[in-house]
Design a protein around this ligand. Structure first.
Ligand code: 2M8
Length: 451
């Protein structure tokens, strides 16, 4: 049985009820083992057979508990593909796979034609910079001489990742990072991107010329639409034609957005780097100062006092985007988020829109479940995802809400106990959706079970 074929509730428990923690743990370890590929972990054997950037960060946190040496290899493999400008590409292609193993593949990105790229094929985009946090947690989960040596080796690359974002991607000059494609957010088809995406000229019919790989392995009703994909490709083409250079983006790039999650990760990375610097005997001061500036910019630019949550800002219109998605809750991961914003986000998290509670009735959705366009089956437009719940839970713990954090933890473990290590889950029923053997679900449930 391949990893992708397993992990149904029946495989977890003979009685059909939720699995015991030991069985969940075993399933999670088996899933990570089955998805291990010589020096990295694929997110899913079928849907995502290469290495993805923020997936590897979440995966390393889980691996640190079961195979610490693999956690460091995972991160080292990713950072070997770092570009000369410091960007960490969002996909690192495995050259051993056949053409067409994933769409869009290397032939669409043509990274070798750009300046300062590694010898392996990569995409030209980035993803939320959760790697410094992952490296710190991997070390804390498995402290020791080998971990410290690995941290020491990774530290300059993590600093360069932040420098790229600060120097090349602060398109508005306001201290925040701008994403240039919805794929950079990690929440590809979130309703947060509907308004900026509507302004990207493209026709769904373009997709007739291509073979989508995702819809051959997952239900099309659970995935982005062809029109979404036509726009994704148009934005990739625009960036690629610029040689993936970031100068002049403000003039004509079709998608320019400041995302609360991306920037929360950017700030949280500086906090993590401060701790790593201290462990390595470097000065943590500059990292702390940068972290404080990022939090201040995030509050100033993306907090909306009218809604009491953080909203993305569309730099093409200058306006905040109104859709209330779970992206807005993620600045809770910043330890220096002011009390006013923390309190407002806790109200938002507990509202009927997101339903975070000591005893959660339903899983945390990715979008306001009271919105008329809430879609419980479609990818990032409603379903529940473990990486997002894990981040929000971390934020609740950081800001002194252990009961809410415990409710969220219980709910997330319950999802995996009931359905397996799925990619995402139905936000009402908890039924598993997408890949049934998804690596970050496995890694993060291991992390949750550890406490
Ligand atoms: C999804 O994104 C890729 C494109 O990068 C895709 O849909 O093909 C997202 O869920 C993203 O957050 C994730 O990193 C990636 C691999 O798991 O899949």
């Amino acid at each position: 049985m391949t990893a992708d074929a397993g992990a149904t509730p029946a495989a977890l428990t003979r009685t059909g009820g939720p699995a015991e923690p030991a069985a969940v743990r075993r399933l999670a370890v088996d899933t990570l083992d089955a998805n291990w590929e010589h020096d990295h972990t694929v997110p899913s054997r079928t849907l995502y057979p290469h290495q993805w950037s923020w997936d590897s960060a979440f995966i390393a946190i889980g691996l640190a508990q079961v195979h610490p040496e693999r956690a460091w290899r995972e991160l080292a493999s990713l950072f070997r593909a770092q570009w000369a400008d410091g960007r960490v590409p969002h996909i690192l292609f495995n050259p051993a796979l056949r053409v067409g193993a994933y769409f869009p593949g290397p032939e669409m990105w043509r990274s070798a034609d750009a300046q300062g790229t590694p010898t392996v094929d990569t995409s030209g985009l980035v993803q939320p910079p959760v790697h410094a946090l992952a490296a710190l947690l991997a070390y804390q989960r498995a402290p020791g001489v080998a971990g410290l040596a690995a941290l020491r080796q990774l530290y300059p690359a993590l600093v360069a990742e932040q420098r790229y974002l600060a120097d090349r991607r602060d398109v508005a000059g306001d201290g925040l990072v701008c994403i240039v494609h919805p794929w950079e957010s990690g929440l590809d088809n979130s309703p947060a991107w509907d308004a900026p995406m509507a302004a990207v000229p493209a026709e769904a019919a373009v997709m007739r010329a291509y073979r989508r790989h995702d819809t051959a392995h997952a239900d099309a009703a659970h995935r982005p639409t062809d029109l979404d994909y036509a726009r994704y490709l148009a934005i990739v083409a625009a960036y690629r034609e610029h040689g993936y250079a970031d100068r002049g983006l403000a003039d004509d790039h079709p998608f320019l957005v400041e995302c609360p999650l991306f920037n929360a990760a950017f700030g949280s990375a500086e906090h993590a780097l401060a701790e790593i610097a201290a462990l390595l005997g470097h000065d943590p001061g500059p990292h702390r100062a940068r972290a404080a500036r990022i939090t201040e910019a995030l509050v100033r630019r993306l907090y909306d006092p009218a809604t009491g949550t953080f909203q993305p800002r569309d730099l093409r219109t200058g306006r905040l985007i109104g859709a209330r998605t779970v992206l807005g809750l993620t600045p809770l991961v910043l330890p220096d988020l002011p009390t006013r914003q923390v309190d407002a986000l806790v109200v938002e998290a507990r509202s009927a829109r997101f339903g975070v509670a000591r005893h959660m009735e339903r899983p945390l959705p990715t979008y306001d479940r009271t919105a008329p366009d809430f879609e419980p089956l479609r990818y990032w437009r409603g379903p529940s995802w473990l990486n997002i719940g894990w981040l929000v839970r971390r934020g609740l713990l950081t800001h002194g809400h252990p009961e809410l954090a415990a409710g969220l933890r219980h709910s997330m473990i319950g999802l995996v106990a009931g359905a397996g290590c799925h990619e995402y889950f139905h936000p009402d029923t908890g039924v598993g959706l997408g890949s049934p053997a998804f690596s970050w679900t496995a890694a993060l449930v291991l992390d949750l079970l550890r406490e």
